[in-house]
Design a protein around this ligand. Sequence first.
Ligand code: OAD
Length: 253
Amino acid sequence: MTAPQADAVACRLRDARRVAVLGGAGLSAGSGIPTFRGGGDSLWSRFDPMRLATPEAWQADPALVWAWYRWRMALVAAAVPNAGHRAIAALAAHVALRVVTQNVDDLHERAGSRDVVHVHGRLGALRCADCSELHAAALAPLVPADVPERLPPERCTRCGGAVRPGVVWFGEALADEAWDAAVAAMACDVLLVVGTSGQVQPAASLARIAASRGAWVVEINPERGGLSGDADLHWPVPADEALPAVVDALGGA
Ligand code: OAD
């Protein structure tokens, strides 16, 4: 028997011309990637974002910042997409779907989703901090155990500058291209808000943009958060449970 929420979402999806997902760290939690907020091993309860995720932190101690991001890259490399990522990829067979994520991992792509908009960048999109030259990730493998204390950043083959992760740090603007694509995706009939606390702007404003354009918004998250007020339906279950149920209700992949 499917959950009534799965049937309700599937019913909306059947009538939708355009569908979007706005995802966050909770989507990758089922793959063992820690979320940023919340208890347990959440990143911002263990680490100080001001020392690790700002341009000032990079200026002050690039080896400290690089070590932390190399550790996060190792966590992602060791992880595999979960049933939530796979269900989102499968949904694209049923509906015209755009995926907008705040996540910097590549688990949607590895699950088979195409054209994923990463509003906060991607861990693997390495670039020179000085000349912005892009770098292919040919990094020595790192075991995702403890965070190494310091690792000197790789050097840019073009100008010799330090290579940084391609993520958006606190205090930095989002890339125009990604933001424009995300806003365009919010012109949808149904928005699935999955696994985000809705604490970080401007990404969190995307749900309201979709709602103001008439989208029906469902929030899939065990907890209520900053975007619950924008949702027509709050479905309090993990993403890797809810999303496969929606695909089942639609008639399978
Ligand atoms: P958060 O860590 O703020 O929130 C994660 C959300 O996922 C919470 O609301 C949890 O209740 C929910 N959650 C946990 N497990 C879940 C599961 N299995 N299924 C569904 N939901 C689950 O992560 P984000 O909202 O993505 O920014 O954080 C936004 C931004 O803050 C990140 O992109 C990052 C961070 O600072 C940058 O790095 C720029």
